[in-house]
Ligand binder design. Sequence first.
Ligand code: ZN
Ligand code: ZN
Length: 513
Amino acid sequence: MKGRITSCPSCGAPVEFRNRGSWVAVCDFCQTAVGRGDKSPEDYGKVGDLVVTDSPFRRGTVGQYRNRSFEVTGRVQYQHPAGGTWDEWYLTFRDGKMGWLAEAQGKRYLTFRRQLKPQENLDLDKLEPGQHFRIRNQEFSVDEVGSAVALAAQGEIPWVFRPGADHRFADLSGSDGAYATIDADETGVSFYLGREVSLDDLQLESDDWQAERSPQLVPGVQLNCPHCGGQISLHAPDKTERVTCGNCSSLLDVSQGKLSFFKTVTAKKVHPKIPLGSEGAIDGTSYTVIGFMERFTTYHDKTYPWVEYLLYSTDKGFRWLVQSERHWTFVEPVATRDVEFQNRAASVNERRFKMYDRGHAIVRFVLGEFYWRVEIGEAVETVDYISPPHSLSVERSKTSSSEEFNVSFGTYMTPAEVESAFGLESAHLPIPWGVGPCQPPPELGYGVFLLWPVFIGLLWVTHLGFRQSDSFMMLFAMAAVSLFPIGVLFYKHNFEVQRWQDSDYSPYSSDDD
Ligand SMILES: [Zn+2]
Ligand SMILES: [Zn+2]
C-alpha cells in the first residue's frame, strides 16, 4: 500500500502515514499529533504520556484474525470518567482494512467500521443504558453511554484524534459475544460492529510480552503508603484504581504502580470474617479476596447495611461475595443483552425473576483494593429481583459525563459452603437471620405429599377389610394422617412469607395498609 511521508509541523522530523485510512499520526520525536491535512500537515498539539498497562499489544505486534494477518499500527488511550484508562489499538490488515481493538478490564473487543443506512440514524443523545434496539438484524442492548477523554496516542490513528478532546461513545452488546460501539467526533457519528475476542482468536506472533511486563505490574509487589510509609501490596496492580492503607486508613489512588494520597477513611476496627488475601475456590475457579466494602440503604429512616467481598481471579476477573443479614450470595456479572425487563419482573436465559426491592446503595466503608475509583458516599440506584436460589441486581450509576448500567447474577451459598470454599473453620460464620431473599426453600415435604394418598388408601383398605371398624375412628385416623402434610404446607407458606417480609413487592402482603 502507498504511504505518505511528511514532516512534523512542530519539529520537522519525518512522520509517516502508511495507511490511507489514517487521519492523524503521532510524531515519534516530539509527541505531536500531526493531522494529515488536505495539503499540508496540521499541528493538533502534544499528546499525553501513555499509562503503562499489562497489555500484550504494542505498535508493530503482528497477528492473525480469521486467517487474515494484521499489524498493530496505532493506539489511543482514553481516560474513563469514573477513573481508569483503556486502550484502543488500531489493526491494519493486509488488504488495508482497519480493525478497532478495545481493551478494558481484561476484556477485548474487535470491531470494524460499518456504514449506516440512512434509516438507521443513531442519535447518541437519545441512547440510554438498558435500552434494546435492532441494528443490522441483530438485537443490541446499551451497556454504557458516556464521554471519555482521549489523552495519549501512538502511531497512526484512523479518526480525527485531538489530544485531550472529549470523546462521546455508547457501548452495545448483542447475543453470542456480539459487540458494537457508536462514537462521535468532529466528522460525525460512526458505528463499529464486531465481537468480544480472546487472545487465542488473535494469534499473536510472539508471546514474549510476558517477559517484558513492567516489574511494577507484577502481583504482590510491595509499595509504600505515601501518607505513613506503611507497606501495601497489590494483588491486581494493573487493574487496581484505589487501595486503602491498613496502617493509617488512607484511601490511595493507584496509577502505574504508584500510589498517591486521596483521602482518609474514618478509622474503625473492622475485621472481615473472610480476611483480605484469603484464597478460595468457587465452581472450580480460584479467587483471592482483595477488597471489602460496606454499603447501606435507608428505608423509612432506618439504615440497612450489608458487606461485599471483592474476589479476583487472573482468569475470570472480578466477582463478589455479598453478605446480608448473615446470608451469603456469590455474584457474577451478566451481559445486559441477556436481560429482559417486564413490569416488576426480569428474565435471564428463560429464568424469571420477581422484583424484590429498589433503592439506593451507598458506600460507607472500604478496605483493600478496588478496580474503580471507589469513594465513601458513592451512591448507585439499585433494583433487586429474586428467583431462589438466584438473584438479579441492577445497578445504575451516573457521573456528570457518563451513565453506566450493570446487571449481576447471584447464587445463594450457605455459610458452610462459604467456609469450605475459603478453608475457614466450620461454624466460623454466624448463623443467618430469618429467611434470605434468595434462600432456596426447604426440600422437605415432597415425600409426605406422595405418601399421603398411600396412607389414606391403606386406611380405606383397613376400614373395608374389617367390617366392624368404627367410622368415627376412621375419620380420626385420616385427620391424624393428614396433619403432617398440612403442617408442611403451613411451614412452606410461612417460609415464603418470611422471605418477602422486607419487600414492598411481597405477593403475601395484605392490602389493608
Ligand atoms: Zn515532531
Ligand atoms: Zn498509610
